[in-house]
Design a protein around this ligand. Structure first.
Ligand code: ACO
Length: 333
């Protein structure tokens, strides 16, 4: 394998489960209202995966990967590495990436998971870019695939209204031509781990959601403190990325932020002085899909014609750990 210095996005794909859970349905499960959820988060509905319907984390990741491979026009034999970011793999071991490799029959690849909370996709992107630049791989699949519905305590209105399931994927190809991934930045602060973590025990979903797989852990979150950290850290790393690439706000065609809360995204828009009409959001339809949120949004924005060849795209992520990250990409397709 000859080292080629640039990592280009060659294809994007996404997949979400069929079942839609609206805010109005949630009103029957916990003491909440469509009005509260919309006003405080911007979320209108989310997707929930059903057991026995080919909607496992690996199934969703595989479907997203196939769509990205179609656009990239590559076969499974060309894939050197599969990196899946997830906090909700179907099994503790093997990794979601290995299960996806099996479904894709990508027998020549090395496959592994990255666990970096909702920032996992930007972590995967950094690893993929580094291995391409080092000449270790020519074609890498980076996937974000999650089923947060399995980890949610459906009796806790402070968290169960926020999360949803889905997957997004990209194919990255080594090329000689300049462009592609221009920079990646990843950061973490383990001292803040207890703002968002998984704890033992879970009462399980209510009867009307009995199609959800039940995991004996649940998410605990200090929403208010996380909110402030999310805004500060994402704005800071976004500005650092622009400075490193000598880009100004008008050079950025589109920002794809982690989709946790519309108010967080609006606050970042103000802090980095890029108007909201250049931020892509789809959290009203999917809620927070953790590390799937950025590749899922990126795929939608691309398929809607909002990202064009040569555009500068800014990704910015934040999640449990705490972790956060950013990437600047010059679009290649
Ligand atoms: N419906 C109705 N009322 C609710 C609900 C709900 N679903 N949830 C909380 N409330 C109530 C609270 O009990 C509280 O009531 P009180 O004033 O009587 O005590 C009131 O609403 C306000 O609660 P806050 O938690 O202060 O509300 P806030 O405006 O902070 O919004 C939210 C909560 C939406 C969770 C917000 O803090 C947030 O989005 N934080 C960031 C979360 C985040 O980004 N998490 C993920 C990052 S990492 C990752 O993506 C996994």
């Amino acid at each position: 394998m000859t080292a080629m210095p640039f990592s280009h996005i060659a294809g994007t794909g996404s997949a979400v489960p069929e079942r839609i859970l609206s805010n109005h349905e949630l009103e029957k499960i916990v003491d909440t209202s469509d009005e509260w959820i919309m006003r405080r988060t911007g979320i209108k509905e989310r997707r929930l995966s059903s057991t026995g319907k080919h909607e496992s984390t690996a199934d969703l990741g595989t479907a997203a990967a196939r769509r990205a491979m179609e656009i990239a026009d590559i076969s499974e034999r060309q894939i050197d590495t599969i990196i899946t970011s997830t906090v909700t793999a179907d099994r503790i071991t093997p990794s979601a990436a290995c299960l996806i490799q099996h479904q894709l029959e990508a027998n020549h690849a090395a496959a592994f998971d990255v666990s970096a909370g909702c920032s996992g996709f930007t972590y995967g992107l950094e690893l993929a870019d580094a291995s391409i630049r080092a000449g270790k791989a020519e074609t890498v699949l980076v996937i974000g695939a999650e089923r947060l519905s399995t980890f949610v305590n459906w009796q806790d209105r402070g968290t169960c209204v926020l999360f949803g399931d889905g997957a997004g994927a990209i194919v990255i190809s080594a090329r000689d031509a300049p462009g592609g991934i221009l920079s990646t930045h990843i950061r973490s602060d383990g001292a803040l781990w207890d703002l968002l973590y998984c704890e033992d025990g879970n009462p399980g979903p209510p009867d009307i959601l009995n199609y959800i797989k039940h995991i004996p852990f649940h998410i605990k979150m200090e929403g208010n403190r996380l909110f402030k950290k999310a805004v500060a850290f994402m704005a800071d790393i976004a500005l650092q990325s622009l400075a490193q690439n000598k880009l100004v706000r008008d050079d950025i065609a589109i920002v794809i932020p982690h989709q946790a809360n519309l108010r967080i995204i609006q606050a970042i828009s103000e802090k980095i002085d890029i108007p909201m009409d250049r931020f892509y959001t789809n959290l009203h339809r999917y809620g927070n899909t953790s590390s799937a949120s950025i590749p899922l949004a990126m795929d939608e924005a691309f398929r809607q014609g909002l990202i064009k060849k040569g555009d500068h795209v800014l990704l910015v992520s934040f999640g449990a750990g705490l972790t956060w990250g950013a990437a600047v990409i010059q679009w290649s397709i």
